[in-house]
Design a protein around this ligand. Structure first.
Ligand SMILES: Cc1cc2nc3c(=O)[nH]c(=O)nc-3n(C[C@H](O)[C@H](O)[C@H](O)COP(=O)(O)OP(=O)(O)OC[C@H]3O[C@@H](n4cnc5c(N)ncnc54)[C@H](O)[C@@H]3O)c2cc1C
Length: 385
């Protein structure tokens, strides 16, 4: 049972960092925990929303992944070019690594180029550079129309575009431009956060519309004309903008698609409680997975799920390798703060695995909840680095 093992953790985002840290804490040093990531720094994506309105700087929300060496995690910095899930082999910039177990935590790839004109016309606030570009561009706008656009489903953090619209509206109002600048939000969704149920959806829509933000659901973008600053939708409608902030289409990373781990849904199917894939010894966690709920919609992509799934997989591997602890199951619990501007946030929480539909409750926006979100950001970056 105690033969030395090697666990390869693919991806150093939320899921990968939590999985690697938990494994390292649970396993003695004869076992190797190897984290493979192409970026030198971990960046806390939920804070992009504050960064784009000038409330954070890149340095405040980034941590060098090399800090994980101190914990005894071996960091391999490079791009994963190929995965063989049968033999647990991974190729990183030409180097071959073999593990006893693989944990795939490679997230979702952002693909703005799949919508003609989108990348040239707007700012992708789902990337660090895009959020910074939006932060600067918004300062140049003194009057006109800002469109927040969800370009395709699924996308990570179902609340983020709604938060982005409310934070931008608040930013313009704070800078005495509220009368001159109008913020509107277009999305292909039938309503905000549809998986959370009609009541939560209604409440989030109300929060957005109470700020004077125009909300246009069931609008799926087909192309954007960067010169005319015009968005064309599949339903025949079109609209103009002065500043465009968009959520790009998401897809499974190419390296995952090519190795046969993804199915026709486009994502990696897993056992929803153990996160096992169809390949023995290979687990997938976080945004890269596709977990279908019995209501017929997939589990949303969010850091809170990547984190919870990482804890389960790491704990179960520690148990399998050492016999310590008890086997655990991922229970579908999730929660998130929803920034609403004016220094306030709401908070949604509940169980997404409840039958027949998820049971989610929303707490109304308050100053205390906003402080809770700030505290969570601080805790997260402190706890894992
Ligand atoms: C603006 C915004 C706000 C958000 N707010 C919230 C929130 O409030 N609450 C919440 O729960 N979630 C939130 N999220 C979502 C959350 O950030 C993601 O769901 C979470 O990061 C997913 O974790 P993951 O480990 O699956 O993937 P990621 O954290 O995306 O990590 C994947 C990692 O894999 C690496 N990688 C990919 N391909 C390769 C390769 N070929 N070789 C090497 N490395 C590779 C990437 O560089 C990346 O570091 C937000 C996201 C955004 C963009």
């Amino acid at each position: 049972m105690n033969k030395a093992k090697t666990i390869l953790v693919l991806g150093g985002g939320i899921g990968g960092v939590v999985a690697a840290s938990r494994l390292r804490k649970g396993l003695s040093r004869e076992h190797r925990v190897v984290l493979i990531e192409r970026e030198p720094d971990y960046v806390f994506a939920p804070s992009f929303l504050w960064l784009m309105t000038g409330l954070r700087q890149r340095e405040k929300i980034s941590r060098p992944l090399s800090k994980l060496h101190k914990q005894g995690i071996e960091l391999v910095q490079g791009t994963i070019e190929r995965i063989d899930p049968d033999t647990h082999t991974v190729w990183v910039d030409g180097r071959e690594l073999v593990g006893d177990y693989l944990i795939i935590a490679l997230g979702a790839e952002l693909a703005p180029e799949t919508i003609p004109g989108l990348a040239r016309a707007g700012h992708n606030f789902y990337s660090l550079e895009g959020a910074e570009a939006l932060r600067d561009a918004r300062l140049g706008l003194r009057a006109g129309r800002v469109v927040v656009l969800v370009s395709a489903m699924p996308f990570k953090c179902p609340a983020a575009p709604y938060e982005a619209a409310m934070l931008l509206e608040y930013d313009f109002r704070k800078r005495k431009l509220g009368e001159q600048i109008k913020v509107d939000l277009y999305s292909p969704e039938p309503g905000p956060m549809p998986v959370a149920g009609p009541e939560v959806s209604r409440q989030v829509r109300q929060m957005v519309e109470a700020k004077g933000i125009g909300y246009y659901p069931e609008h799926a973008v087909t192309q954007v004309d960067a010169t005319a600053r015009r968005i064309q939708f599949a339903n025949g409608a079109s609209t103009e903008f002065d500043l465009l902030a968009y959520v790009p289409p998401h897809r499974v990373p190419r390296v995952v698609a090519e190795c046969g781990l993804a199915d026709e849904s486009g994502w990696v199917p897993v056992h929803r409680q153990t996160l096992e894939t169809q390949f023995p010894g290979v687990y997938a966690i976080g945004d890269v997975t596709g977990i279908m709920l019995s209501m017929g919609k997939p589990l949303p992509k969010a850091g809170v799920f990547a984190h919870g799934e990482a804890e389960v997989v790491a704990g179960n591997l520690v148990h399998a390798i050492t016999g310590k602890g008890k086997p655990a199951q991922f229970d579908g619990h999730g929660e998130c703060f929803i920034e609403t501007g004016d220094g306030k946030a709401g908070f949604g929480s509940g169980n997404f695995f409840s039958e027949p539909v998820p049971e989610i409750k929303l707490r109304q926006p308050s100053r205390t909840l906003h402080i809770g979100k700030v505290a969570f950001e601080k805790y997260w970056l402190f706890e894992w680095f």
